[in-house]
Design a protein around this ligand. Structure first.
Ligand SMILES: Cc1cc2nc3c(=O)[nH]c(=O)nc-3n(C[C@H](O)[C@H](O)[C@H](O)COP(=O)(O)OP(=O)(O)OC[C@H]3O[C@@H](n4cnc5c(N)ncnc54)[C@H](O)[C@@H]3O)c2cc1C
Length: 471
């Protein structure tokens, strides 16, 4: 079997060499002929079609160490797959040794200390499921099938960000296998520079095997969900969004989106495929306060659908899952925003009207609050001036439609980027985003990240991510 080396050559991994690796592992090895290889090698975004030489489905840190040492001794390119949700497909690389961590999904909760230890292959839903048994939650994202590790290493935001900050602001410690094949723990007290870098600097510094999250009391029931109106109501609904967001308490997170209506049971059949505007809300205070806070949304105009109700927090966390299936084609453009002025809202409406696919959307997420109160230098994630996130989300099914949908997203982005803080979310960068976009995402942190890289990975062994060269 031919595999890719770090210096761009290929190397023959003979059956004897593979048997040597197998003898050191508890988890299975998958080659392209094995059942399961296809599932491991494919990622959420069908635009990405790469074929690692072999996949190891690790069962724990010892397997990860064995793989890192094996890759080092044969000079192999290594890639790491968590949830496989990265839109740029950073989890997979042609000819590489892929570490697929999807069998490492244990979660241990200490309800008294309010800490969860999660293995690195967990999806968001795995953590919510265990923490919600105790009425606790970690600050994670909006779609339950997303991997915790990719999300956390890039920063992370969701319904709880307004109260407690970026996901990385709530991380207490990270277990990591280094480029030397050593298991270390990074936290505020242990290897603090490495910990700082892991909190937003991407997967540049090692293979994460577990993450400790601080938990907060949330739910188990919250007031959350969506209200939708025909797109003709968008001028008034976006103004409502602006007004409510400006005075919303931190317990309330508001998202607004414009898209063709999906064929969801809560929307009337005659609306399916027609353009809508919606507000997605989540209130994590008391249920009474929550109902009061969302009342102006529910009472506004004549909605075509309303599922903004009391519901389990874990259910809210998976409400959007069906709209983001693995295997479609996706292309996003994104910016952090200091606010949502009327001129931006006008452009949101303009570009939503030009959407080329039934699955695409223009979305504004509110994130302002706790993250703005910390210093830029607290963690590599930075971007402490972000108050909203704009995501222009192209999503379609056929390769023949790539050009039209990519062009739509790029046009909308170039027309709206002047509203940006100048920063962008590392985890939303696409495969064609170059180093200047990584710079926009990591800004002032880049220089220090390069120094940490020099210390922990001087040979740039971990390079199939948004790469930061040693410096
Ligand atoms: C449908 C959808 C919804 C999303 N919603 C949100 C959201 O609400 N909030 C938010 O903040 N983000 C969100 N994201 C973005 C998400 O944070 C990124 O896509 C993230 O990269 C996903 O992590 P993953 O583990 O699934 O990705 P993967 O594709 O598996 O990995 C992403 C990167 O992390 C690296 N990596 C993964 N595991 C490890 C590890 N154990 N050690 C070292 N490096 C590792 C990979 O090598 C790769 O470079 C969303 C993405 C999608 C597709």
């Amino acid at each position: 079997m031919q595999a890719q080396t770090l210096d761009g050559r290929t190397v023959d991994l003979t059956p004897e060499i593979l048997a040597g690796l197998k003898g050191r592992l508890k988890g299975p090895i998958l080659t392209p002929d094995d059942a399961g290889y296809e599932d491991s090698r494919t990622v959420w975004n069908a635009m990405i079609d790469r074929r690692p030489a072999l996949v190891v489905r690790c069962l724990g840190s010892a397997d990860v160490i064995a793989c890192v040492q094996f890759a080092r001794s044969h000079n192999l390119l290594l890639c790491i797959k968590g949830g496989g949700h990265n839109i740029a497909g950073l989890a997979t690389a042609d000819g590489a040794l892929m570490l697929d961590l999807s069998l490492m999904r244990g979660v241990w909760v200490d309800p008294r200390a309010r800490v969860a230890h999660a293995q690195a292959g967990c999806l968001l839903g795995d953590v919510d499921r265990e923490t919600q048994l105790h009425g606790l939650a970690a600050v994670l994202g909006f779609v339950s099938a997303t991997g915790i590790t990719g999300l956390t290493l890039g920063g992370g935001f969701g319904y709880l960000t307004r109260r407690w900050g970026w996901t990385t602001d709530t991380v207490l410690g990270i277990d990591l296998v280094t480029a030397e094949g050593r298991l270390v723990r990074a936290s505020a007290d242990e290897h603090p520079d490495l910990f700082w870098a892991l909190c937003g600097g991407g997967g540049n510094f090692g293979v994460v095997t577990g993450i400790d999250y601080a938990l907060h009391p949330v739910g188990p029931e919250v007031v959350g969900g969506l209200v939708a109106w025909p797109a003709s109501e968008a001028p008034r609904v976006l103004e409502l969004y602006r007004t409510l967001a400006a005075s919303a308490p931190p317990e309330l997170t508001l998202v607004t989106l414009m898209r063709p209506a999906p064929p969801a049971p809560w929307l009337p059949k005659e609306m399916h495929g027609k353009p809508i505007v919606a507000i997605l809300a989540c209130h994590t205070g008391t249920l009474e306060e929550g109902e009061k806070a969302v009342a102006p949304i529910k009472a506004f105009g004549s909605p075509v659908g309303d599922v903004l109700v009391r519901r389990p927090y874990a259910q809210l966390q998976s409400l959007l899952d069906g709209t983001q299936p693995k295997g479609r084609r996706y292309y996003w453009k994104s910016e952090y925003l200091p606010g949502v002025p009327p001129a931006l809202c006008a452009k949101v409406m303009d570009h939503a009207a030009k959407i080329r696919s039934p699955h695409s959307a223009v979305i504004l997420f509110q994130v302002e609050g706790a993250l703005n109160r910390r210093k830029d230098e607290d963690a590599a994630v930075g971007n402490r001036d972000a108050r909203f996130v704009l995501n222009i989300g192209g999503s379609w099914e056929q390769a023949a439609d790539d050009a039209a949908n990519v062009a739509w997203a790029r046009d909308a982005w170039s027309d709206m980027r002047s509203f940006s803080t100048g920063g962008t979310y590392l985890n939303f960068l696409t495969a064609d985003d170059g180093p200047e976009r990584t710079e926009a995402a990591l800004g002032k942190s880049l220089e220090r990240l390069a120094k940490v890289k020099t210390q922990w990975d001087p040979g740039n062994f971990f390079r199939t991510n948004r790469n930061i060269a040693p410096g």
